[in-house]
Design a binder for this molecule. Structure first.
Ligand SMILES: [Ca+2]
Ligand SMILES: [Ca+2]
Length: 154
């Protein structure tokens, strides 16, 4: 029997470890986090890329990438999966203005080895692109995830 399992996971981004890279990383992210937390009594330790002050499982860097609120739990991700005869499509929004990060959809059969899946742009509104990554339907399990990486690490 043909069995298909789809799991979606938003994983923590791979973070820069050196201070220099972190500083170079993100005028974009730093500026955004400063603005988001401007009037909020948020501990400085919660301003980092990997912190999750609203405990919704999305790091600040992921909230930045997906344009969600870092101080309000995000229950519905701005990404969705659809299945039809031509395959599985993972659709998400990406903002081109955020040149300090790179969006990449990846697929895996075993949750260990991940391969990049190419995305195409469906439509654009200003700098925000609706992108979709498609993989053909076949036998077995397949997992998809969206990763956000600082571009400086490429
Ligand atoms: Ca969060
Ligand atoms: Ca949130």
């Amino acid at each position: 029997m043909k069995r298909l399992t789809i799991a979606l996971a938003i994983l923590l981004p791979i973070l820069a470890s050196s201070k220099e890279t972190t500083q170079a990383l993100a005028q974009g992210f730093s500026k955004w986090i400063a603005e988001e937390f401007e009037d909020e009594p948020v501990a400085t330790s919660m301003h980092s890329q990997e912190a999750d002050p609203d405990h919704d499982g999305l790091s600040n860097l992921m909230e930045y990438a997906l344009d969600t609120d870092p101080l309000f739990p995000t229950h519905q991700l701005p990404a969705k999966t659809t299945i039809d005869a031509s395959g599985i499509a993972y659709t998400y929004s990406a903002d081109n203005v955020k040149s300090d990060i790179r969006y990449q959809v990846e697929s895996s059969r075993d949750l260990r080895t991940w391969r990049p899946v190419k995305s195409e742009t469906l439509k654009a509104k200003g700098s925000v692109e609706l992108r979709t990554a498609k993989i053909p339907l076949d036998q077995g399990k397949i997992f998809l995830r969206l990763t956000i990486r600082p571009t400086q690490l490429d």
